[in-house]
Design a protein around this ligand. Structure first.
Ligand code: SF4
Length: 280
């Protein structure tokens, strides 16, 4: 495969809100296909350090590019396209992680792979998780859940924690919000429960879009019943990603939606807690 930093930019970013485009543009298609098939190369928006919101403790987060969803509220639409990411060999990504291994363990943290949708690059994700585990680093996968069938049961065991987005309960609403079906997400959640894998539910709360009480309660009941959902993170909608939609010239339907207020967040938290879930 071609070693291809086609544009030079640091893999490390201050935050995933840095706009990054076309960093893998020009890499031959054959190399992209080989990368996806073997997992020997991945496409990353960036690595960020010091996160305390993407799993337990302090985390290094690898932000992958490529996502098949088109969430109306997406904060990082520059991660939708695989070739917007930096082509990074598995070896280089592993080296990056190695730098942090002692610090991460000392801070009871670990490595989270987020995106984008990391399982769009499932072979790279699996190999990077295996490398992290080999260094004794706690691993977390932040996923929309729809490609869970790409992971074998053994591969699931290398992931210490799944941060699972359930974006809506009603199939029509889910489709309208993301462009994709909800059924595979719920199937993956059930499979994780059968295998007793720890899950944190992530729920993005958008005024007028995902704050319907019945909808939240249905998701809460589903999660509570599965018994492996250790906590729920309610993520209030904000407009920090709006500039990216504008820069990428994509129509942004939520332009005039206000950030979620505390009252709405408290209401959602109590709906999750009513089902016995720990919600924050
Ligand atoms: S799944 Fe995540 S990255 Fe993909 S469109 Fe939705 S919010 Fe954006």
């Amino acid at each position: 495969m071609t070693e291809a930093p086609l544009k030079t930019i640091s893999l490390e970013a201050k935050s995933p809100f840095e706009l990054r485009v076309n960093l893998g543009h020009g890499l031959p298609d054959v190399d992209k296909r080989t990368a996806l098939a073997t997992g020997e190369m991945g496409f990353l928006h960036s690595f960020t350090t010091g996160s305390t919101v993407d799993g337990p403790g302090v985390r290094v987060v690898g932000w992958t590019t490529g996502c098949q969803y088109r969430c109306q509220y997406c904060h990082n639409p520059d991660t939708w396209t695989l070739s917007n990411g930096i082509p990074v060999t598995l070896e280089k990504a592993t080296q990056e992680l190695r730098k942090y291994r002692y610090g991460l363990n000392a801070m009871l943290g670990g490595f989270t792979l987020s995106g984008g949708e990391p399982l769009m690059q499932d072979r790279f994700a699996v190999k990077l998780f295996a490398a992290a585990k080999g260094m004794g680093i706690h691993t977390a996968l932040d996923t929309n859940g729809s490609l869970g069938e790409r992971l074998s049961d053994e591969e699931i065991e290398t992931i210490d924690l799944v941060l699972l987005d359930i974006k809506a309960w009603d199939p029509e609403r889910h489709k309208q919000l993301t462009g994709m079906d909800v059924a595979p997400v719920l199937d993956f959640a059930r499979r994780l429960a059968e295998r007793r894998r720890p899950v944190w539910l992530r729920y993005v709360l958008v005024p007028g879009l995902t704050d319907d009480a019945e909808e939240i309660s249905r998701i809460a009941r589903f999660a509570a019943k599965l018994k492996n959902f250790q906590r729920v993170d309610v993520l209030p909608f904000h407009q920090m990603g709006r500039f990216k939609w504008k820069a990428l010239k994509i129509h942004y339907a939520l332009d005039s939606v206000e950030p979620m207020n505390q009252q709405g967040v408290d209401r959602a938290l109590s709906l999750f807690r009513e089902e016995g879930l720990k919600a924050y």
